[in-house]
Design a protein around this ligand. Structure first.
Ligand code: GLY
Ligand code: MN
Ligand code: MN
Length: 487
């Protein structure tokens, strides 16, 4: 083979290999520039001469030798993009020179390990983190112990208190070790002693260490979503809304709660959402009255039964939170429709007021007033001031990396994304006419707050009672897999 064609072929193959390798992973994760900018914004909030310290989440055990799927601490992920455990991030207010290097942030990560990676998958390691996440100063966690950092020179050492479920894996530089080394370096354990022989160190440590400030700083950052975050959050919400719509089409009274849950979750995966943002809630009839019902194990939903479905896809870390309540055979009964339309009225009125400058507590009060008045008109409560437990929860929270995302919960601001989710729950045995028993309705949408007013990101899932009935007449491939029957 002549050299020129050989070289052309070689470079073509190299290009194809590189291209196809990149392309078999999602391309739309948050960028390293996003995480860098978030660290810059945090640095602006830090007090003078301070250091902020973040630990990765612990690995949580499910049973025996099986762990839960690892989920990074959302603050850690927000600031780094690093999804592995056993790691530690330091962000300094001012530039530091340590061991001859000048920098404002340093990340300690999980070490590469060929054998471990054979079992649990590839680790980024120091070079991977520098290359993919854009950190300049990165070390293996094992370096932290000998790292020449003098914490006593900072006016404030800011971190969230340690999680109480960190296990000692026995491996060097696991999270357990990183915390232990950190505690030693800042004399943290002195604070737990009632009688300390060294009052000076005790008092200085107490002055410097702060485990409260960080929550406030991270709330300030995370409650307003950036453009990059909004892309992912909108996608999570739209996928969840499509799941609701597909389930409306597929629903039939012989379906089980488990299968209904599976339809939603199948749609999530189909659209590339990796996980559920919280345990799915699929409650038929009276089960819908249990606010965080997660058993989802009723084998037959049954005729003329409402099914309450509160599920959210998690897309690249960002989670939706969408609820629809639908009638099992496609048509609301008279009582079901009266309650449904009342919740709808409360939700619609509240959504319209979910706008810049308005207060969380006022939009909640709108839902309470409408629901109380409606329940009184229907004779379910005596009058609109009667005490009852038919609407026992709040109506709005932020969503983001957490389903209940941090926020100050005072005033709505541009680029917040919040839920609006009133509900009415009338369990069997309630002090009202039996005809209402077992009716549970929640309608929950995810609202983006803009200069031009609220935008309902979950609008793709039909919401009005007649729109739901119409959607439920549409055909679905999802209830007709024709799978073999088991005994
Ligand atoms: N899915 C939990 C909530 O609605 O807050
Ligand atoms: Mn919610
Ligand atoms: Mn919900």
């Amino acid at each position: 083979m002549k050299l020129k064609p050989f070289l052309t072929t070689f470079f073509c193959l190299l290009f194809i290999a590189a291209f196809s390798q990149n392309n078999d992973l999602p391309q739309d994760y948050l960028t390293k520039e996003f995480h860098k900018d978030r660290r810059e914004q945090l640095r602006k909030l830090l007090p003078k001469n301070s250091v902020a310290v973040f630990f990765a989440n612990p690995i949580r055990n499910r049973a025996n030798d099986v762990d839960f799927i690892y989920h990074q601490d959302p603050n850690f992920y927000y600031l780094t993009g690093y999804k592995e455990p056993h790691s530690l991030l330091l962000i300094f207010k001012n530039e530091q020179t340590i061991e001859g290097k000048a920098f404002k942030e340093v990340l300690f990560v999980q070490e590469r390990n060929e054998y471990a990676e054979m079992w649990t998958g590839k680790r980024l390691g120091v070079e991977g983190v520098q290359d993919k996440l854009g950190f300049r100063i990165v070390y293996n966690g094992s370096k932290f112990k000998s790292y020449e950092i003098d914490f006593s020179k900072f006016d404030k050492i800011i971190f969230k208190n340690f999680k109480n479920d960190v296990r000692d894996t026995g491996n060097e530089a696991d999270l357990f070790d990183l915390i232990k080394v950190f505690k030693d370096k800042v004399s943290f354990d002195l604070l737990n002693l009632t009688n300390t022989s060294n009052d000076k160190i005790y008092n200085e440590t107490k002055k410097r260490i702060d485990t409260k400030l960080l929550d406030g700083f991270m709330t300030t950052l995370r409650e307003i979503k950036t453009t990059e975050e909004l892309v992912l959050l909108k996608k999570a919400v739209e996928i969840s809304a499509i799941g609701q719509l597909e389930m409306m089409k597929a629903m039939h009274p012989n379906m089980s709660e488990t299968e209904a849950q599976g339809v939603h979750e199948f749609v999530y995966k189909k659209y590339g959402a990796e996980y559920e943002g919280y345990p799915s809630i699929v409650g038929a009839g009276n089960n819908g009255c249990i606010l965080h019902y997660v058993d989802n194990n009723k084998t037959t939903i049954g005729e003329n039964t409402l099914i309450l479905m509160d599920l959210g896809a998690e897309y690249h870390g960002y989670t939706a939170d969408v609820t629809r309540t639908i009638p099992s055979n496609g048509k609301f009964t008279t009582e079901q429709k009266l309650i449904y339309d009342l919740v709808y009225k409360a939700q619609e009125a509240s959504i319209l007021e979910t706008k810049i400058g308005n207060k969380f507590r006022d939009t909640h009060q709108i839902t309470v007033d409408i629901i109380n008045k409606g329940l009184a008109q229907l004779g379910i409560i005596e009058n609109e001031d009667s005490y009852h437990t038919y609407y026992p929860h709040g109506s709005s929270h932020h969503i983001g990396l957490d389903v209940h995302d941090p926020g100050q919960y005072k005033t709505f601001k541009e680029n917040m994304v919040v839920t609006v989710e009133p509900g009415i729950y009338i369990p069997k045995g309630s002090p009202c006419d039996k005809k209402w028993w077992g009716i549970a309705v929640r309608i929950e949408d995810d609202i983006l707050i803009t200069k031009n007013g609220p935008i309902n990101l979950s609008a793709m899932a039909p919401r009005k009672s007649d729109a739901i009935e119409k959607a439920m007449k549409l055909p679905s491939a999802l209830n007709n897999f024709n799978l073999p029957k088991l005994d």
